[in-house]
Design a protein around this ligand. Sequence first.
Ligand code: ZN
Length: 177
Amino acid sequence: MSETLRESIESVPEFLAHALELEVESVQRYQELADSMETHHNEEVAELFRQLAVFSQEHAQEVQDRVGGHELPKIPPWDFKWNCPGSPESGDCTDGEVSYLMNTRQALELALHNEGRGRDFYAHVADSSANPEVQAMAAEMAEEETEHVEMLRNWMVRADHLPEQPQDDMDPPNMPE
Ligand code: ZN
C-alpha cells in the first residue's frame, strides 16, 4: 500500500474528511493542469483535465452533502497532496509554475499517477474498514476513480506519438479505433 494511508478508517466522518481533502486537492490540480494545457494550445487535453476537475468537484460535493451540518474531524498529518511519479518525496512537479512547463505527456502522467493513488486509497478503505457504510461509500468512489484511471491511460496511448516518451512501464489499455 502507498504512503497515502497508514491505518484503516472506521467512522463515516473520518472517511468523509479524508475524501474531501483528496477531492478538493484534485480539483485544484486539474484546474492548474487545464490552464497550463490551454496556454500551450492543447485544447483537447485541457478539456480532459477540466472534465476530471468536474468529476472531482462532484465527488467533493457528494461528500459535502453527506457531511451536512456535522463537523468533520481534523485529519492529522495524512493530508493528501498530489505527488510526482517516481519521487514521492518531492512535491516540485505539482507546483503550479512547474506544471505550466510540462508537456502533455508529463501532465497526463502526473494526473494518472495521482488518480491511481486516489483509487488505491478508496480501494484500501473499502477492503480494510469494518464499517459497512464506509466500505460501501469507498467502494463506489474506488469504482469511479478506476474509470478516471482508464480515461487517462487511454489518453496516454493517444499521446504516444509525442516526443519525450519515457519508458513504457504501463500495460496498454484497449483502445477503440
Ligand atoms: Zn478521479
